[in-house]
Design a protein. Structure first.
Length: 95
């Protein structure tokens, strides 16, 4: 989630997988799209986990429309905390 100073705060469980996702997505730019000609893309984040990829895409495409889906109820709760209030983001539990 972003605050008014554009700082990003992410709620996580202290799992190595969450830390690995942060590094993979934000540090190595694994999800970078180099030739996207649309500044307002529609993005589907399937198995969105805690929303790190959604936050990444919102950082680079602030006008995007993102649909994020997560099947694990406990993880969905963190997804809701991290991206549930972002403009242009809709989240869905997959059950």
């Amino acid at each position: 989630m972003c605050n008014r100073n554009n700082n990003i705060y992410i709620y996580i469980y202290i799992y190595i997988s969450h830390l690995a996702l942060l590094l993979e997505i934000f540090y190595t730019n694994t999800y970078e799209i180099k030739k996207l000609n649309n500044s307002e893309p529609t993005i589907f984040d399937l198995w969105a986990n805690i929303g790190i990829a959604t936050l990444y895409f919102k950082t680079f495409y602030p006008n995007s429309k993102i649909y994020a889906f997560e099947p694990v109820p406990e993880t969905f709760e963190l997804l809701k905390k991290n991206v549930g209030n972002l403009e242009g983001v809709e989240i869905f539990p997959m059950q």
